[in-house]
Write a protein that binds this ligand. Sequence first.
Ligand SMILES: Cc1cc2nc3c(=O)[nH]c(=O)nc-3n(C[C@H](O)[C@H](O)[C@H](O)COP(=O)(O)OP(=O)(O)OC[C@H]3O[C@@H](n4cnc5c(N)ncnc54)[C@H](O)[C@@H]3O)c2cc1C
Length: 466
Amino acid sequence: MASKLIQPERLRVLNDKKQRSAKYVLYWMQSAVRTMDNHALEYAIQQANELDLPLLVCFGLWSEYSEANARHFHFLLEGLQDVQGNLKRRNIKFVVQEGEPFAVAEKLSQDAALVIVDRTYLRQHKRWYRQLSGLDCRVEQIETDVVVPVETVSDKREYAARTIRPKIHKKLDQFLVELSTTAVNNSSQAMNVDTLDLSNIPAIVENLNVDQSVRPVDHLFTGGENAAKATLRRFLANRFSDYATHRNQPQTDDVSYMSMYLHYGHISPLHIAVQIKESGSGGENEKSYIEELIVRRELPMNFCFFEEDYDKYSALPNWTQKTLGEHRDDVRPVQYTRAEMESAETHDDFWNAAMREMIYTGYMHNYMRMYWGKKILEWCNTPEYAHETLLYFNNKYFLDGRDANSFSNALWIFGLHDQPWKEREIFGKVRYMSYAGLKRKAKMPAYLEKVDELVERAEKAWNSAD
Ligand SMILES: Cc1cc2nc3c(=O)[nH]c(=O)nc-3n(C[C@H](O)[C@H](O)[C@H](O)COP(=O)(O)OP(=O)(O)OC[C@H]3O[C@@H](n4cnc5c(N)ncnc54)[C@H](O)[C@@H]3O)c2cc1C
């Protein structure tokens, strides 16, 4: 049953200032770009009602945001558009201003009794939270993009899924509680605060000083909480029943496509988990999906929170650095430059298809991501360069890139959160994947065909937009 309760473990007080009398409560929406199942928003509403003030919600649109390009901004803006419409219906004003996000929040905090912010675990955000704590008013933070708050799960960097799993499962009953909404007592709709007109997204994106060569993929994936929920409903109705058996079958579409929505905060993992459980399907599909959505997704959050160097090769455990180091000088029978890989013209047709899926759709099936990453390790002259190359492609093309999940999974290719395997050339004891194995396990001709169709669709959409 849904509840208004926001578990105290989700709350952190970022400074010891008192609430002060002012014009409004400010919620700086940075990572949870949604109006439903958002603990930070509901907490901000409850606080505004208690103080008998309106609530203002703000977002800072910043073209210098880490590695973001036209594709990422288009999807993000679709989410902002949904938030604006959905908050309006709840009598809450949503302000989007161009500028460094902390500077936008700082300026608006001058008239705020209290500032609320949501939470993520990456370096830039941690820097912002430190800056926020220096504001003149009280600042509180609410963790809403994980099912179980990261520090409640564990007080250290976890070794692997098997070590974090029992810790997460122990807390699930307490945190798997859907959130209900509270209405605001005081509307902020009439407040006169400058905000960007979000009605023409392509025009906004074109004017941003970002890499325009990575084109939006809205012909395939529409951003925003409305599209996220519709995508989830379609998955549950049509494809969830095959999830456990097809999860490693890249020629099928029997996955949820939730990662991009989770990355932008367009959907809450809690909402997805509750819907999965309520679908009544149960059994292996539910078990397998919950394992991916909660255990496998929240392990990267633990990694990035506790590991400052989460985007560096040096963050790998000692055993993988040692074994890859011992094989540093092994002959690489095949080598490609980054440019050769990006043109998707290697000798490996499966890998080329995966690269094209990524470039043309902003997505790649998980099983292909594993194979694709392993080949980058095999084809680069050093493991360090392979890691840099993999992250470069990952964060440039994927809609779900630049996420805790990106950094952790990039290192998974090099052995993070994995175990030693039989020793071999180049890889040492790090897990290897072969062309023959992939061919045997999945229906690869069908995958190649599927990617050809996706590329054709993208080219058609992009040509008609030109
Ligand atoms: C080399 C490599 C790079 C990756 N890069 C990213 C990335 O940039 N961003 C990203 O979100 N995921 C990344 N992943 C993890 C995974 O591939 C994607 O989360 C998944 O493919 C997203 O598709 P989906 O939502 O349809 O997944 P579904 O199978 O429907 O899974 C549901 C949800 O569970 C979580 N999940 C599924 N598989 C994994 C996994 N292996 N690890 C962690 N969480 C998982 C995701 O949040 C996903 O949305 C990467 C994996 C590898 C091997």
